[in-house]
Design a protein around this ligand. Structure first.
Ligand code: NOJ
Ligand code: CA
Length: 692
């Protein structure tokens, strides 16, 4: 074990006292600085104490984060401030791997160097804090560890977290971002601006430095804490801005406690960000020992009909969730190899304006024309699962009061997956406190974060998996709770049914580099008919702004272990050749690799089927048509594959010729290259079927 002197220009201390290999080591007082590097040496982290606790990060010798403050402020008692200095350090190394029950890859390598720093101050009360840094080849994470100590023995209320991220050369840095603390939660179109133009943003927050180094700031293992958003204070200086409770406190906790990991994914180019496992590696191993009941899969649902206003969630002549309709969907699912059928609008509470029905939703009583048992039993005979649905409209106390009974009921009928929904404006999650007072909380505040996890844990007790809409952002908790299969947390396909503007051509070229660095998304791809609003005066231009081939590519590009075929069965029946790709594409992978891409412009992913021989490729572009050459060297050498290609036709264009698609076959090997010709907002989807 050795400590590296800084390779960065810094003021190093003298007179360090340490012995090797025996835990935390006492050091003499004087300004000090410690470095560690990533295993490959490209990332270097330095931690200093001369102007108070701070850290700096270099990549290939160039600054990525300049000296940035660390610390936190508590209500009533002293916190972790600039009077603290480094009093001991411990260094260790991990090089191991672990397996995911489902995911983008089966085996994840965890190779990192760790630096645990103890800061102390000469105080009677609350005089020591630990900061644990882990540096990987794809980035780094650090968290605060707050021990029980004099003055911090029980309740602690955090009123500020002082963590900063100082970005160099801010005037030459490009940022991709959505605003934080807005009414529409995470459901905004991404902005591309100079860094100086951002105010308060959500994470993952991705930016590109002048030297093309791409960085994304996020967090891992967000449990029992408030979400970190980033507030630009001076140009280039981003400060952690934790989402508050309704009473203004940021975090209510007890000593001892650890914060979530503050993370930086770092890559010389955009595509490298997509191949990072940093967030998962910073989460705890699974708390669920037997994960065999947790199943990825594909589903259809009584869903799009409501979004395009053909049917309704509420009762009446156009009610979507009837037993008869559910059976028809189940027949279609069984015929086409889908695992489940989602049914929304089955339960009492949707009538009127359901956005405001949070207090009247009943999660155990069905509408008269929906027979839960009959529907579930019918599916069971066909080998198709009924997928449950709970829309809370943000009234989380009403939901929690019914949660046990509601999950028991679903369990009793063999339902093993529930999609939940928290439709409410940002800041308008309604809870009723211990005194019966109504409080309004943020979706990403500590209170609601606890509610989401409560749902996941209660579901796990009943062998049920959860797919959360209007969620807290993903921070890799699927590793610890693998029944938290997927979530929304960005603008999904639904915006293409009713929103003005709909998701533009660049949206799905933006998501992989931003939202999806956090984890899987239930985007719900696969719309085949774009003309549903053609006769509507107000909604005429609202439709998926893609080609048909791009809808297919989304199944490979936007990773989720549960993927929906979102359109109506009749639209698939009208185009069975294109539908074949959706039937074939798996949702669980042996391995995944992003091959090319630029943020918001285009992206190419390949993925190998879990425990299978076939590979799949998805490529898509923004409004610009482009040609991308792809080397097939990911295929097994010496073997032949049939490439089943679904590509844009020569005249395809998302606006006026979206259905122009060619399906063709080619025999290829690992030595071949393919040139993908992507139309404006077009794509390619390819299955490489091993020829035996
Ligand atoms: C919002 C969800 O994202 C959407 O998929 C669902 O249909 C509605 N809420 C109703 O629950
Ligand atoms: Ca939504």
């Amino acid at each position: 074990m050795t400590f590296f002197r800084s390779k960065l220009p810094n003021k190093l201390s003298a007179g360090l006292l340490f012995t090797l290999g025996c835990g935390l080591l006492p050091l003499q007082a004087a300004a000090k600085s410690y470095n560690i590097s990533s295993p490959d040496g490209a990332i270097t982290l330095a931690v200093d104490d001369d102007n108070g606790p701070s850290y700096r990060v270099n990549f290939n010798g160039q600054p990525v984060i300049e000296a940035s403050r660390l610390g936190m402020v508590f209500k009533d008692v002293a916190g972790f401030d600039s009077s603290f200095t480094i009093t001991s350090v411990e260094k260790s190394q991990v090089n191991t791997s672990w397996q995911q029950p489902w995911g983008e890859r089966k085996t994840v390598v965890d190779h990192h160097n760790e630096l645990l720093i103890r800061f102390s101050a000469d105080r009677e009360q609350s005089n020591r804090y630990l900061v644990r840094f882990r540096v990987f080849n794809d980035g780094l994470g650090f968290r605060y560890e707050v021990p029980k100590q004099n003055g911090l023995t029980g309740k602690v209320e955090i009123t500020d977290e002082l963590t900063e991220f100082n970005i160099p050369q801010a005037e030459h840095t490009t940022a991709w971002w959505i605003p934080a603390r807005g009414w529409n939660r995470y459901e905004y179109l991404y902005n591309t601006t100079p860094l100086s133009e951002i105010d308060r943003v959500h994470t993952p927050f991705t930016f590109k430095l002048k030297n093309q180094v791409h960085v994304s700031i996020h967090e891992a293992a967000l449990v029992d804490y408030a979400a970190m958003t980033l507030d630009q204070q001076r140009t280039g200086r981003l400060k952690a801005d934790l989402t508050p409770w309704s009473d203004g406190i940021l975090v209510k906790t007890r000593a001892d406690f650890n914060t979530p990991w503050r993370t930086l994914q770092i890559s010389p180019d955009a595509v490298g960000l997509l191949n990072s496992d940093l967030i998962l590696n910073l989460n705890e191993p699974s708390k669920i020992a037997d994960t065999s009941w947790i199943k990825p899969g594909k589903y259809i649902g009584i869903w799009w009909g409501m979004h395009i206003n053909e049917t309704t969630w509420g009762s009446g002549d156009r009610h979507g969730a009837t037993t008869a309709e559910t059976k028809r969907y189940m027949d279609f699912a069984a015929e086409n190899g889908f695992d489940g059928v989602l049914v929304e609008g089955w339960n009492i509470g949707w009538d009127g304006d359901w956005f405001f029905n949070g207090d009247i939703f009943n999660f155990t009583k069905s509408y008269d024309d929906f027979d839960l048992k009959a529907a579930a039993d019918y599916g069971e005979k066909l080998g198709v699962k009924l997928i449950g649905h709970h829309e809370t409209s943000g009234s989380v106390t009403n939901y929690r009061n019914q949660l046990n009974d509601a999950y028991d009921l679903y369990r009793q009928h063999g339902v093993s997956q529930i999609k939940t929904g928290y439709v409410a404006d940002g800041g308008d999650i309604k809870r009723i406190d211990e005194n019966g007072v109504v409080r309004h909380e943020w979706h990403d505040g500590q209170f609601t974060i606890g509610e989401y996890l409560h749902s996941v844990k209660e579901a796990a007790k009943r062998k049920i998996s959860i797919n959360t809409h209007e969620p807290i952002k993903d921070t890799g908790l699927r590793r610890t709770y693998p029944n938290w299969l997927s979530r929304e947390g960005a603008r999904g396909q639904e915006f293409n049914a009713w929103a003005n503007p709909a998701n533009g051509p660049e949206h799905t070229a933006m998501l992989p580099f931003t939202r999806m660095l956090a984890g899987p998304m239930d985007f719900t791809p696969g719309i085949f008919n774009f003309d549903f609003n053609a006769n509507s005066k107000e909604k005429a231009g609202i439709r998926p702004q893609t080609t048909l081939a791009k809808q297919l590519a989304l199944y490979v590009v936007l990773y989720s272990p549960v993927q929906m075929a979102a359109d109506l069965p009749r639209n698939y029946q009208a185009n069975l050749p294109a539908f074949q790709f959706i039937k074939d594409v798996p949702t669980d992978w042996e391995n995944s690799r992003a091959l090319a891409g630029e943020v918001g412009d285009y992206v190419v992913f390949t993925r190998q089927e879990r425990d299978g021989d076939d590979w799949y490729l998805g490529a898509l572009t923004d409004e610009a048509e482009r040609k991308v050459e792809v080397a097939l060297n990911f295929l097994e050498p010496g073997r032949q594959y049939q490439a089943q290609i679904y590509r844009d036709g020569d005249k395809a264009h998302w606006l006026n010729n979206p259905y122009d698609m060619v399906i063709e076959q080619k025999t290829v090997t690992a030595k071949d290259k393919l040139t993908l010709a992507l139309a404006a907002s077009g794509g390619s989807a390819i299955r490489f079927k091993l020829l035996k």
